[in-house]
Ligand binder design. Structure first.
Ligand SMILES: O=C1CCCN[C@@H]1CCCn1cnc2cc(F)c(F)cc2c1=O
Ligand SMILES: [Mg+2]
Length: 485
């Protein structure tokens, strides 16, 4: 089947589901909330992993792999850490026909799996910093509407877990990792994000503070957490007795961080750039950046055209560009154009008899449909320029769209109006948790309540006497508010 049944500005949920399936990223699975990730998705995941792994290696992270399973008593080590999450934990209760003595949980995150061993491995300040990263899957049996990449019961992520002798070192690393997450979104996925700090209510309860990169989906008017980097303080050190003997021989608790990004990042990219012809891939993460398609003519020299396609692909691949060709005889050029547009390939190169005669190729850009004829002699240079332009244009367009959704408000009425207009709200807030809870209560409803998304590090001027939009008390900061995923 060719073409899309749904429009992005129509039924967004149906449009999104159609895009991820028709672009061959996702296959639906017969367990709700679980999805098959096909090569078109996994190759993007692997390109992001390649960048992130290289960067954290520079920060001296070491690769680990911890078990998928965690015992009940270890998982429940600290009540307040996971009590709120208990309904999401998946348990193994039997093997074959026999019941297990005690149920075993499937990891929803790995703090409780790892930290008993951090306690064993860390004795002296010489054992610090400990820097552990693992790439794995986690399971959280969520019940709210499952969405491929965005909210699934199993997802892939990397989770970093580090331990330092001082708070200063931990604080510094939290922000170094957050910057890598910003780069993943802005430089690779071409998705604009805001760096900020979560409120006390929204932060990771087990930690000291949480920072995040927040994205926004204009079509639904919802914010979405892109990635998160927590400073855990010494809370887990206390829980798991992770201490070290410092230079003076005094025993101290370590300072820890934990941070993650997940396959959700792919879904955010799809939602941001996709259009009514399907997926639109930023070149930096496109598994195929250029697809070459022969345009044979009835009496034309098809052998020469095929040869030209071969050499075009070869030349591009030799210069580090991910190029391929669609040589399937049983499909027309027109069918192939639609197919590779659906898959979001940034550039299409058409080669027909005329192009051959003129020693040129016809290049079509996926993002804006522009067509250019390029002499074969400077093909590589032109393709590189076009790919770079597409990457920049996708980010610029997404940033302008996101910025157009931001609404600065000062009163409750303005807040509710902006919320109903699917805006990303920037509001002066007294920073009181009671008020945050009150806003949630007052905005409860079909579409979900409004919440704080983050307090952006970049704070606009807060004039003396500015009042909180919800409580009327003196405002202390500007925060992003909105409905979210
Ligand atoms: O967000 C991160 C970064 C990577 C390591 N973990 C932290 C905090 C995860 C917070 N969280 C999030 N979700 C959870 C779901 C559960 F079922 C559960 F038992 C525990 C949790 C849970 O601790
Ligand atoms: Mg959750």
């Amino acid at each position: 089947k060719l073409g899309m049944a749904y429009k992005k500005d129509g039924n967004f949920g149906e449009w999104y589901s159609e895009v991820v399936v028709n672009s061959e990223m996702i296959e639906y699975y017969d367990i709700s909330g679980c999805y098959i990730l096909r090569p078109w998705a996994m190759e993007i995941w692997e390109l992001l992993k390649e960048f992130f792994d290289a960067e954290i290696k520079k920060l001296k992270l070491k690769p680990y792999y911890f078990p998928l399973f965690v015992t009940e008593n270890v998982l429940q080590k600290e009540k307040d850490h996971i009590e709120g999450f208990a309904p999401e934990v998946a348990w193994v209760t039997k093997s074959g026909k026999s019941e297990l003595e005690a149920p075993i949980a499937i990891r929803p995150t790995s703090e409780t799996v790892m930290y008993p061993y951090f306690s064993k491995w860390i004795r002296s300040h010489r054992d610090l910093p400990l820097r552990c990263n693992q790439w794995c899957n986690v399971v959280r049996w969520e019940f709210s509407n499952p969405t491929p990449f965005i909210r699934s019961r199993e997802f892939l992520w990397q989770e970093g877990h580090t331990a330092f002798a001082t708070k200063e070192e931990a604080d510094e690393e939290v922000l170094q990792i957050l910057e890598l997450y910003r780069r993943i979104y802005e430089e690779f996925l071409a998705v604009p994000v805001s760096k900020g700090r979560k409120s006390e209510m929204e932060k990771f309860a087990g930690g000291l503070y949480t920072t995040s990169v927040e994205a926004f989906i204009p079509n639904t008017g919802r914010g979405i957490q892109g990635a998160t980097s927590h400073c855990l303080g010494q809370n887990f050190a206390k829980m798991f007795d992770i201490t070290f003997e410092n230079e003076k021989g005094v025993r101290e608790m370590v300072w820890q961080n934990s941070w993650a990004y997940t396959t959700r990042s792919i879904g955010v990219m799809v939602m941001t750039h996709g259009d009514d012809k399907g997926l639109v891939l930023p070149p930096k993460v496109a598994p195929i950046q250029v697809i070459v398609i022969a345009v044979p003519y009835k009496d034309a020299d098809t052998t020469a055209i095929k040869g030209a396609c071969e050499s075009t692909v070869y030349t591009l691949n030799q210069s580090g560009i991910r190029a391929d060709q669609d040589t399937r005889e049983n499909y027309s050029p027109g069918w192939k154009y639609s197919h590779w547009e659906m898959k979001g390939v940034p550039l299409r190169i058409e080669i027909g008899p005329k192009d051959l005669a003129n020693k040129q190729v016809r290049i079509v850009c996926r993002d804006n449909g522009a067509k250019v004829d390029i002499p074969v002699t400077n093909l590589v240079e032109e393709v590189k320029v076009l790919l770079d332009e597409i990457q920049k244009n996708l980010f610029k367009t997404a940033q302008e769209k996101r910025d157009a959704c931001v609404q600065v408000i000062k009163t409750w009425d303005e807040f509710t109006t902006a919320l109903n207009n699917k805006r990303l709200i920037l509001a002066p807030w007294c920073d009181e948790e009671e008020v945050e809870k009150d806003v949630k209560a007052r905005t409860k409803g079909e579409l979900g309540a409004a919440k704080t998304l983050c307090t952006p590090f970049e704070q606009p001027e807060l004039p003396e006497g500015t009042l909180c939009f919800a409580s009327g008390k003196p405002a202390k900061k500007w925060s992003f508010w909105g409905r979210s995923y």
